[in-house]
Design a protein around this ligand. Structure first.
Ligand SMILES: Nc1ncnc2c1ncn2[C@@H]1O[C@H](COP(=O)(O)OP(=O)(O)OP(=O)(O)O)[C@@H](O)[C@H]1O
Length: 475
């Protein structure tokens, strides 16, 4: 490998020969690239353990996993510890000469490209088991990764997208990361029913009531009764807190594919969510009002009796308790709940009805309904509305009003903002990997423009979506 300055790293395990990126190699600016080596403990022979995809060794085409290294720059490496081999490499200047016995049967790389969305955070420098931390790649929940090599059962090679580097990094395979998550899960102190605690907290956080404010029924009582039902009936972990309770058991990577909606296909519904009072309803209302021929909300079902001016199919679908229960048991509701003895729910059918009419359905959901809208059937585009920093909340919400259990339209107080921020932190910590887009609701006008742009992109531009939406028969 002519002239590559080498950097030593990976003091932990099987050693790395990692030519560190330097200005001489501008295309590799961000990460080390090269290969890792290992020693056969019985024979003392040194082998190339892994060649990093797109790194120097890979691009040279001269070193391959399984090659036996005999000499480095004339030094016989047999019997040396991998760290000593690295020392030799490190001291080399200019051209580094490897004498190798090539592996006789090179594995054939006929793997298809795999793209995944990370459902967990990972930091190689906090993982003592990684063969070489400097060859590792960190990622955060929600990142889309291109898996370029899965030959090793434990350590895959991947690039984070969008990527401007040719060089991959090591990441734990699905099985390995699952194992790590399980180990972490068991290492945590026992917390009795952590999931239900979350729900209670949620109810506490979301425990403000909202009156129905306009004839179009924005927001309706859905959020309200959802929250109330948390207080009256203790929800089961599975239905209410899937992401918090089962994260340790779920796959840490979700396979994704690039999906471009065909102009003749139904539009993707837009699901807005955010902490109480952040402005989800305001943004949704403004979007629909901007062009009611294009955007429409879903009409909820209710078991309550219609008021004089109400018409079934306009404000609500008025249904019997029997039909409501039936829909509930058949999982036909995205959300449902109870308020003052009446049941309310947003059904999948009511969303599809809007979509079938050619319009874009815009709904607001509770965070735990994300899983109900991220399905093959609906293919929703999830937009998270995030509060701006406290200072900006104080400045922008001077004329705004909040409706709580006790007050209708009272000015915001500092404690409302703090509650909003706390709730935002919780939502983000549990669900950020499912957000397709985030809008920081600072200036209302800007947020509306951002929302319109995001909604348009969701319909007209390719997006990463779960592969199961496109190949629904596969799990
Ligand atoms: N960016 C903004 N700047 C100023 N005021 C805003 C902004 N966004 C929303 N508001 C105002 O804040 C108040 C609360 O907004 P909204 O009712 O939409 O919140 P929400 O997220 O729907 O809350 P909840 O979950 O409690 O129903 C409203 O008076 C709204 O007009």
């Amino acid at each position: 490998l002519p002239g590559c300055p080498l950097h030593l790293s990976g003091h932990q395990l099987p050693a790395c020969i990692l030519p560190r990126v330097t200005p001489n190699y501008p295309e590799n600016q961000e990460r080390p690239s090269g290969a890792t080596i290992k020693r056969n403990e019985i024979t003392g022979e040194i082998f190339v353990a892994r060649v990093i995809h797109g790194g120097l060794a890979d691009r040279s085409g001269l070193l391959h996993a399984g090659d036996r290294i005999i000499e480095v720059n004339g030094f016989c490496v047999d019997g040396m510890e991998p760290e000593q081999v690295i020392q030799v490499v490190a001291k080399s200047q200019g051209t580094i000469m490897f004498k190798v016995i090539p592996i006789t049967e090179r594995p054939v790389h006929n793997q298809t490209m795999l793209y995944v969305r990370a459902m967990a955070d990972y930091s190689p420098h906090q993982d003592p088991t990684i063969p070489c931390a400097d060859a590792g790649m960190s990622f955060r929940r929600g990142d889309v990764l291109e898996i370029v090599d899965q030959t090793d059962a434990l350590w895959w090679q991947a690039k984070k997208l969008p990527s401007n580097t040719s060089c991959a990094g090591l990441i734990p395979s699905t099985n390995l990361l699952k194992r790590k998550q399980r180990e972490f899960w068991w290492s945590q102190p026992y917390q009795p029913h952590a999931c239900i605690q979350t729900c209670k907290e949620k109810f506490h956080v979301y425990g403000k009531t909202r009156v129905q404010r306009d004839s179009l029924g924005f927001r309706r009582s859905m959020r309200l009764c959802r929250r109330r039902s948390h207080s009256t009936t203790q929800p089961s972990c599975h239905t209410r807190c899937p992401s918090s309770c089962h994260s340790a058991l779920n796959s840490p990577y979700e396979e994704v594919v690039r999906y471009q909606r065909h102009p003749q296909d139904a539009h993707r519904p837009i699901a807005l969510l955010g902490p109480p009072g952040v402005g989800v309803n305001e943004l949704r209302r403004r979007l629909i009002e901007m062009n009611p021929n294009i955007f429409q909300g879903a009409i909820p079902h209710t078991t309550r009796a219609p008021k004089g001016y109400e018409e079934s199919g306009r404000e609500y679908y008025f249904t019997s308790r029997e039909i409501f229960d039936n829909m509930m048991y058949n999982n036909r509701f995205l959300e449902y709940g109870e308020n003052k003895g009446n049941h309310y729910g947003t059904s999948i059918e009511s969303v599809k009805e809007v979509l079938n009419s050619g319009k874009i359905c815009v709904i607001d959901i509770e965070p735990n309904a994300i899983h109900a809208v991220r399905t093959h059937e609906l293919r929703a585009y999830v937009i998270y509305v995030k509060p701006p920093p406290l200072e900006r909340l104080r400045e922008t919400r001077q004329e705004a009003f909040i409706t709580t259990n006790y007050y209708v339209n009272r000015p915001f107080k500092d404690e409302d903002f703090q509650e909003m921020e706390e709730s935002a932190r919780k939502i983000e910590s549990q669900y950020c990997q499912f957000f397709d887009h985030v809008i920081v609701n600072n200036e209302l006008q800007d947020s509306c423009i951002q929302l319109l742009t995001a909604v348009t992109k969701a319909q007209d531009e390719p997006q990463w979506v779960p592969a199961s939406w496109i190949r629904p028969t596969e799990s």
